[in-house]
Design a protein around this ligand. Structure first.
Ligand SMILES: [Fe+2]
Ligand SMILES: [Fe+2]
Length: 158
């Protein structure tokens, strides 16, 4: 059994489950406050993270490991007051999750390659590509906010 790669897969599983919790919180807060377009995009990403978690758990089981669904990392807090800065704060905290996710996937690729587990490498590269797309989208939104201002940006997202 490849113990090292299983440990890395479980770390990635924890990252994905953390993203799911944070994105679900954001989705419900955004919907509740009428920011529907942005909420729908967050929901789509959340579905993708859930699918990543499923693919990681499936791979862990195939490698005779036990998927860890118990642990989670801390997520950003919502303090109950939705202001014009909330949207930008959400984007910034989500960007952090994506950056950590990509770093940890890259480490796992390195381990999978050293164990000559090329099927895991293929899966991890697919996940990395997907997280890179998430990262790019979030970054683009932060950039748009810089260009047009938060109020104009929110107008495009309702
Ligand atoms: Fe993911
Ligand atoms: Fe992601």
């Amino acid at each position: 059994m490849n113990k090292d790669i299983i440990k890395h897969f479980n770390k990635l599983l924890t990252n994905e489950l953390t993203s799911v919790r944070q994105y679900l919180l954001h989705f419900s807060v955004l919907k509740h406050n009428g920011i529907h377009k942005f909420a729908d995009k967050v929901q789509k990403e959340l579905t993708e993270e859930l699918e990543h978690a499923n693919e990681l758990a499936t791979r862990i089981l195939l490698l005779n490991g036990i998927p860890n669904f118990q642990d989670t990392n801390q997520i950003s807090e919502y303090h109950g007051k939705f202001t014009k800065n909330t949207v930008k704060e959400m984007l910034e905290t989500n960007l952090k999750l994506e950056v950590k996710g990509m770093q940890d996937i890259k480490e796992a690729i390195f381990v999978a390659e050293s164990e000559k587990d090329f099927v895991s490498v293929i899966l991890l590269e697919k996940l990395l590509k997907n997280e890179e797309e998430h990262f790019h989208w979030i970054n683009a939104q932060i950039n748009l906010i810089e260009i047009m201002g938060i109020e104009n940006y929110i107008k495009t997202q309702c």
